[in-house]
Design a protein around this ligand. Structure first.
Ligand SMILES: Cc1ncc(C[n+]2csc(CCOP(=O)(O)OP(=O)(O)O)c2C)c(N)n1
Length: 202
C-alpha cells in the first residue's frame, strides 16, 4: 500500500484550527472556496476576506467552482475546502481536475467520517473509503494525508509552489463549525467577484 495512504497514524485535528492555519499563510490574495456548511462556516470564522467564496446549499461543489476559478485566473493560487461526505457525492470532480491539470489548485478535504451538520450519520469514509487513495486513483498524484498540524502547514507550503493540482486530506474531530456565514448568495457572489478583480463593488 502507498505510504501516503491513511494508515491510522494521522492525528485527529480540528477544522477551525486547520482552516485558521491555512488563512494565516495567505499573502497574495489567494482565492479560497468553502464548501457547504461547516467548511464555509469555519472559513468565515477564520477570517473573512474578499477572495473567500462560501458555497451554500449543494454538496460537493467547492472543487468544481474552484476549478473554474483556477482556470480563469491561472496566476492566482486557489484553495478549496470540502467535507468528506460532500466530496463523496461529487467524486467525478477529482478525475476532471486531474485531466484539466490546473497548476494553481489545491483541494483540502476535512474528513470527520460523518455528515456532521445533518446529524452525524457515518459516511463511507468512516469505514471503507480512503479519500487519498480515491484521489490518487483519480489521477491526482500529489495527494496526501496530513499527519498533524505541522505536516498540514508543510503540505500547504508545498502547494504554494506546486505545478500540478494537489489534494490534502485532514482527519478532523466531530465539532460543528465555529461561525455562521451570512446566507446572502448575491452578496457572496458579488463580493467574491470584486475580490478577484473582475467586478466593481455594488
Ligand atoms: C445534494 C445534497 N444532498 C443532501 C444535502 C443535505 N446536507 C447538507 S450538508 C450535509 C452533510 C455534509 O457532510 P460533509 O460534507 O461530510 O460535511 P460535515 O457536515 O461533516 O462538516 C447534507 C447531507 C444537501 N445540502 N445537498
Amino acid at each position: 500500500m502507498n505510504q501516503e495512504l491513511n494508515t491510522g497514524n494521522t492525528k485527529i485535528m480540528n477544522r477551525f484550527d486547520v482552516t485558521s492555519r491555512l488563512i494565516a499563510k495567505l499573502k497574495h490574495e489567494e482565492a479560497v472556496i468553502g464548501g457547504i456548511g461547516n467548511t464555509n462556516f469555519d472559513l468565515w470564522a477564520a477570517g473573512h476576506r474578499p477572495q473567500n467564496f462560501y458555497m451554500l446549499g449543494s454538496m460537493g461543489l467547492a472543487f468544481p467552482i474552484a476549478l473554474g476559478v483556477a482556470l480563469a485566473q491561472p496566476d492566482r493560487r486557489v484553495f478549496a475546502l470540502e467535507g468528506d461526505g460532500s466530496l463523496l457525492m461529487q467524486l467525478g470532480a477529482l478525475s476532471t481536475i486531474a485531466a484539466m491539470k490546473p497548476k494553481n489548485l489545491t483541494m483540502i478535504v476535512m474528513d470527520n467520517g460523518i455528515y456532521q451538520i445533518t446529524g452525524a450519520q457515518p459516511t463511507p469514509a468512516a469505514g471503507v473509503a480512503d479519500i487519498v487513495a480515491i484521489a490518487i486513483g483519480s489521477g491526482l498524484a500529489s495527494s496526501a494525508w496530513a499527519a498533524d498540524e505541522e505536516d498540514f502547514e508543510r503540505l500547504v507550503d508545498d502547494a504554494m509552489a506546486a505545478t500540478a493540482p494537489s489534494l490534502i486530506a485532514v482527519r478532523i474531530d466531530d465539532k460543528p463549525g465555529v461561525g455562521t456565514t451570512r446566507r446572502d448568495p448575491v452578496q457572496i457572489r458579488e463580493r467574491f467577484m470584486h475580490g478577484l478583480g473582475v467586478r466593481q463593488p455594488l
